[in-house]
Ligand binder design. Sequence first.
Ligand code: ZN
Ligand code: ZN
Length: 346
Amino acid sequence: MRNVSGWAAHQRGGPLEPWNFTRRDLLADDVAVRVAYCGVCFTDISAIRHGSQFPLVPGHELTGEITAVGSAVTRFAVGDKVAVGNIIDSCGVCPPCLAGRQNWCTEFPTLTYGNTDRRDGGPTRGGYSSEYVLPQGFAYHLPPELDPAGAAPLMCAGITTYAPMKRWGVGPGKTVGIVGMGGLGHLALKLAHALGAETVQFTRTRDKAAEARSLGADDVVLSTDEQRMAAQRGRFDFILDTVGAPHSLEPYLSALAMDGTLCLVGIPDEDIRVSPLSLIQGAKTLAGAGSGGTVETQEMLDFCAEHGIVADVEIMRPDQVNEALDRLDRNDVRYRFVLDMAAQRP
Ligand code: ZN
Ligand code: ZN
């Protein structure tokens, strides 16, 4: 077994504390990754609060370096820079898996933490740790142009916003709205701009307008300004809603043009209510998306390298993780915390 140091919640809702544990010896198809940086995602907070598997080691946005490879590994060598996201395995034989869209594996993909590993049957433990072990098929080459700290959040927030924008044809000639300007929203904004769309940021906070423009917004709409919102009617081909708190979707459905799509990637803990006529008039689509498969994840990293896109991050030491979680919970971050996992090593 491989000895690993990490940070774990020992009970539901509990603080994260240093914890030593073991990972499996490498199977033939495995790689070991020394974790350099791990992003702090809102999912980590949900898992600590509502998870069922404790001790829980969160973290599913990691970058690092390959330190060992199994006997059958062909895609990586020791020293390669890599990234790992929120799924680390899947059945490999169902139609979504065969299409490279393992995030929708019909047998459910193996999650990076808080899940059961389908190869060794043990609990999966995340990237708030010194080392991760996974099958080579779910590690990604990190392009050398990308800063490893800023690139870490690309592995969840980045792919979750990139995949739906690609799927619904965001590009030149399209007008795209981004709702919310947090970890997901700020990356969506950069990606939509780089994809060549006219990009509009919706925000409730007037003081984020200038920053939205500096991140790539061609226009900023204050969502609390009813008159301005009403004036958006029929403007958008695609709107990506990244907000994780309950809110009305009607103003955004109204802002869609004919055949437009409103895609949700945030997960408010309330059911959605919309008037059927809001969809029927204009033949609109209400859609959802989350994470990405192995093909589009590597494509997203390469796209970000080409366009110089990484997350805006605030780097914290691992012993500041509870402060990071607390501040993220209060939305007090611009725009993603990243733990410098090397800062805890002797
Ligand atoms: Zn995440
Ligand atoms: Zn599958």
